[in-house]
Design a protein. Structure first.
Ligand code: PLP
Length: 281
């Protein structure tokens, strides 16, 4: 695999970063994942905008090459012959002697690599996934897409140990979001999902999905919902760049609907894939 590191396209074995990189020492970095379908990028503009916001919220400089990110994405997709999968991008504050205070003159590190994997016709998309609940003990700036992913990793492990696929996080009696996705329930054809705040990541997929849903005259309610409401929902699903819209058929052991992907979730997945595919670049 060819990866991109600070201006160079390199075989992955040759791409090396300093042990003093603050991404490595302090999780002082941000990331984005852009999906690839038909060899093209989905939602590139949205991911780029969120990346700029993450950098600015953390007072992190843009790395060299920032203005060429579209070209770099495309080049990596081409060099690695990605038909379906994603491009992972990470920017860290760079290497400096270890100190909590931000270094003045560190050069940000820019890394991109691709992952080829099926996104469209997966068993999970066809059959739906199951989720458990876990306490949301993450920090208070979940709107910034940082590389601090230890707790989400722990949540995936807890889900696995419980025989489930993923975890929905719960804070103050309400579901915030999934460990790496936004969470939705459907009640009487109404799509319910938590509103935007610093408590959740502002999903790029979420934003487009809600736009397409409202254009299709589907009813949307942006509000907090409880674990009990989720267990009792007619349907449930998640959204993220790599899962698009993924039906959830079991919540904390309760079967949702008849235990197969619901009509609203299936329709939304279709609409989302069609619309984002049309706009792919
Ligand atoms: N919420 C969290 C915590 C995430 O990690 C992600 C994606 O990685 C999302 C939501 C979904 O965001 P997007 O649709 O931009 O992939």
């Amino acid at each position: 695999r060819i990866v991109y590191l600070n201006g160079d396209y390199l075989p992955e074995e040759e791409a090396k970063v300093s042990v003093f990189d603050r991404g490595f020492l302090m999780a002082d970095g941000v990331y984005e994942v852009t999906s690839v379908l038909d060899g093209k990028l989905l939602e590139f503009e949205g991911h780029l905008k969120r990346l700029e916001r993450s950098l600015s919220e953390l007072d992190m400089d843009k790395p060299e090459g920032f203005d060429d990110l579209l070209e770099i994405h495309r080049e990596l997709v081409k060099r690695n012959d990605v038909e379906q999968g994603g491009v992972y991008l990470q920017i860290t504050r760079g290497a400096a002697d270890r100190d909590f205070v931000y270094p003045k003159d560190a050069k940000p590190t820019l890394v991109l690599f691709t992952q080829s994997k099926p996104l469209l016709d997966t068993p999970a998309a066809a059959n739906g996934i199951s989720v458990i609940f876990a306490d949301d003990i993450r920090w208070g700036r979940r709107d910034i897409k940082t590389v601090q992913l230890l707790y989400p990793s722990m949540c995936k492990m807890m889900a696995k140990a419980a025989g489930a696929d993923d975890a929905w996080l719960v804070e103050d009696g309400f579901v915030t979001e999934g460990s790496s996705n936004n969470a939705y329930i459907v009640k009487g054809n109404k799509i319910i999902t938590r509103g935007l705040s610093n408590d959740i990541l502002h999903g790029i997929t979420r934003a487009s999905l809600l736009k397409y849903a409202s254009e299709a005259q589907m009813e949307i309610e942006e509000r907090n919902f409880t674990p009990d409401e989720a267990r009792d929902a007619d349907e449930a699903f998640i959204s993220s760049a790599s899962t698009f819209v993924m039906p959830v058929v079991k919540v904390d052991g309760s079967v949702i609907g008849d235990g197969t992907p619901g009509a609203v979730s299936k329709r939304l997945r279709e609409i989302y894939v069609d619309e984002s595919r049309k706009r792919a670049i």
